[in-house]
Design a protein around this ligand. Structure first.
Ligand code: IVH
Length: 684
């Protein structure tokens, strides 16, 4: 490139990068996906490498992290917080290149090096300083030399021990990543959407915002988690010989360390880990953007040393990005099971998070208006885990003045639909205090009918294997099914006559339908698709009343006696069963042979474990976790997913992880399988 052109481009890139880092680090409101930022950053790095004369002291490539916010005291790191190099090749080649470099630097071309593989957590780097075992300070990375004192906010992360177990070293700095679990992110956004308030862009942004939130009470509203991956300053503690030894020791001190780590040998070991994690990525409870390989021996690490600010003994090997830019071709409106109208962006197909995405949810009208997404806009799309892809925000073309985006073209759901359901033409309503518009057509609306059937047949409801999208579509569109009971009136000839159905598959569906008739009260109740009655509420109701008729006849006051049932749920149940059509559906389903065991219920009577909360973790030697859960629930216990002060017992099996350490930290009694069996037999 010509010198003057290069200089111009460099200046342009610096300005862009500065603008985006300010948006990201200071305002917590990124305008472009990380991958796009990285691309700009790498382009500038490459340009400066090619034209060293262009480098200047104010170039963003010379600074590691963000800017220090006003309001937090600065902390000078005793040992600089470095970053790691990212392999640019995201195929297996990345692992091979790293292994090759390590062996070359060590002058051991034929050796099989031992590595530790970890996940690359997508959050915010934090340094936790423990003195004599006590947490005295927590700091962000900042520019690597100094960060911000965020001790107060870090204390709200309940997984982080305030005191180390069995470690009184004068100084032990633990480094790791504070992150927001996907569930916590989804829950927070769900609540914000209901309130019509801004949502978080992604979990990492949520973590950054939460930690740099000046009010610790607000920070605590956005729950974070933590995983340790290394050390800072250490005094008075004899280091193990390996990095894996360090992580094991930290775990023993009660610091959360991710169980998803492995000591492997050679490039083949790195590749195998990368592949294994890539397959699991969607199922993980948190976002990762890749894996990290580290030479395991500390002696070899020392021999390898650093180049500028990056260790030669570690590297990040990334996965495909979970956020990408694309263009909105159209905005469709989909009708859900309860008539909820969801705006969905039809996108120029884009490869994101490992698959090609062409639809992304915009959630609801307010959200779409707030983000101001319009047809033709360039948007950031996010797809992470098994969550539905969503439009995170719009990237406005800086060359078009804001004024050009006329208010009258802002998304307006009612206007767009002309006030009518796009599927059945019924009128649409949005009740006061509700975030969603709904089609008022009920089961008259084919879209609602399809969704209701799919829900009824789903695994956690009646579990009718093989009754999927395509089949339901044909059944409803062909007028073969109008109500739920019609499902059980299907015959072989009708089913076999459908597209893509042979006699055998038709028979399989009939068998599955027959099998589904042996239900349980809670599954049946859940399957009916009553608004606000999820799986847990259905269980609570079934357990409390024992009989369907008792639930159908219950008054709001009686329903409110059920633990965890509030006024909204109670009203929704009363409304549902007041509707003659719904009573008719129930009666017909029973007449067609759908049945379950009824019992006396617990209303009035208290089961031996009522009010007690259990958490199950790890693998029990002979019982599956589902069996243990069923036994406990039958005695009235609640089985929760995470350990808190309110947990009465933790039942731990082999390879129990952070839940067990949390229980020990809080002094919650821990049972093994034998202990659980003893307890159950005492009570039965
Ligand atoms: S090791 C000297 N391990 O990735 C090596 N970093 O540039 C220090 N990160 O912001 C880092 N997961 O916060 C390491 N398992 C892991 C990591 C990890 C995420 C972050 C780290 C830093 C960036 C590295």
């Amino acid at each position: 490139m010509m010198q003057s052109v290069a200089a111009q481009r460099a200046a342009q890139l610096r300005a862009e990068i500065e603008r985006h880092s300010h948006q990201y680090y200071v305002l917590d409101a990124p305008l472009i996906p990380d991958a796009e930022y990285d691309r700009l950053f790498r382009e500038l790095q490459a340009l400066e490498a090619e034209h060293p004369e262009l480098s200047s002291l104010d170039t963003p490539t010379l600074r590691v992290g963000g800017k220090i916010l006003d309001g937090f005291a600065p902390v000078r790191h005793a040992v600089a917080m470095l970053s790691i190099r990212t392999e640019t090749d995201i195929s297996d080649g990345g692992a091979l290149a790293f292994d090759g470099r390590v062996k070359r630097e060590l002058e051991q071309p034929g050796a099989e090096i031992e590595y530790i593989c970890e996940l690359k957590f997508d959050g915010l780097a934090i340094n936790l300083r423990y003195e004599k075992g006590l947490l005295v300070q927590a700091a962000t990375r900042g520019d690597g030399e100094s960060g911000e004192d965020v001790t107060q906010n870090i204390r709200t992360i309940r997984q982080i021990p305030l005191r180390l177990k069995d470690c009184a070293a004068p100084v032990l700095e633990v480094r790791g990543e504070a992150y927001m679990a996907r569930r916590d992110f989804e829950r927070y956004n769900e609540k914000q959407r209901e309130l019509g308030l801004p949502t978080l862009v992604n979990p990492r942004n949520g973590a950054a915002g939460s930690i740099r939130q000046l009010d610790p009470a607000l920070a605590a509203r956005r729950p974070l988690s933590f995983f340790a991956y290394g050390l800072g300053e250490v005094q008075g503690w004899a280091l193990p010989a390996t990095h894996s030894g360090i992580l094991d020791a930290l775990a023993a001190f009660g610091v959360p360390v991710c169980a998803e780590r492995a000591v492997v040998r050679g490039a083949a070991g790195l590749v195998a880990f990368h592949q294994r994690v890539a397959e699991k990525r969607d199922a993980l409870p948190f976002d990762i953007d890749g894996v990290v390989y580290k030479v395991n021996s500390l002696a070899l690490q020392a021999q390898l040393g650093f180049i500028t600010r990056e260790p030669r003994w570690a590297v990040a090997h990334k996965f495909p990005a979970e956020e990408q830019l694309t263009v909105v071709r159209d905005i469709d409106i989909q009708v859900g099971r309860t008539g909820k109208l969801t705006p969905v962006a039809k996108l120029e197909p884009v490869f994101v998070g490992g698959t090609t995405v062409s639809n992304a949810t915009l959630h609801n009208e307010d959200e779409t208006r707030r983000k101001d997404v319009r047809i033709g806009d360039t948007v950031i799309v996010r797809r992470a885990g098994d969550v539905i892809p969503e439009v995170v925000g719009v990237v406005l073309d800086p060359s078009i003045p804001q004024g050009e985006r006329k208010e009258e073209y802002r998304f307006d759901l009612f206007k767009r639909l002309g006030g009518k359901c796009p599927v059945c033409g019924s009128h649409i309503v949005r009740e006061a205090g509700e975030a969603d518009w709904r089609c008022a057509g009920g089961l008259f609306c084919p879209a609602q009918r399809k969704q209701a059937l799919l829900h009824f047949a789903s695994r956690r409801a009646m579990d009718v294997e093989g009754l999927g999208d395509k089949l339901v579509e044909q059944l409803v569109d062909g007028g073969l099914i109008r109500t739920l009971p019609d499902l059980y009136r299907l015959d072989l000839a009708t089913l076999a006559g459908l597209e893509r159905m042979a006699e055998k598959s038709a028979q399989n569906i009939l068998n599955a339908l027959e099998k589904s008739k042996q239900a349980t009260l809670n599954r049946f109740l859940f399957a009916l698709g009553i608004r606000h009655v999820g799986e847990t509420t259905a269980k609570d109701l079934a357990c409390y009343f024992g009989k369907l008729d008792a639930i159908m006849q219950a008054t709001p006051e009686q329903l409110l006696n059920v633990p965890d049932v509030g006024p909204v749920v109670a009203q929704s149940l009363v409304d549902f069963f007041a509707e003659p059509h719904n009573r008719e559906v129930v009666q017909q389903l029973r007449a067609l042979g759908v049945s379950w065991q009824e019992h006396e219920g617990t209303s009035g009577q208290v089961l031996p474990l009522t009010g007690k909360t259990f958490v199950l973790t790890g693998t029990l030697p002979s019982m599956s976790r589902d069996e243990a859960r069923a036994k406990l629930e039958a005695l009235g216990a609640k089985v929760a997913g995470s350990v808190s002060k309110k947990t009465d017992f933790v039942v731990a099996g082999a390879e129990a992880g952070s839940k067990l350490s949390r229980a020990q930290e809080l002094g919650v009694p821990v049972l093994d399988e034998a202990g659980l069996v003893d307890l159950l037999s005492e009570l039965l």
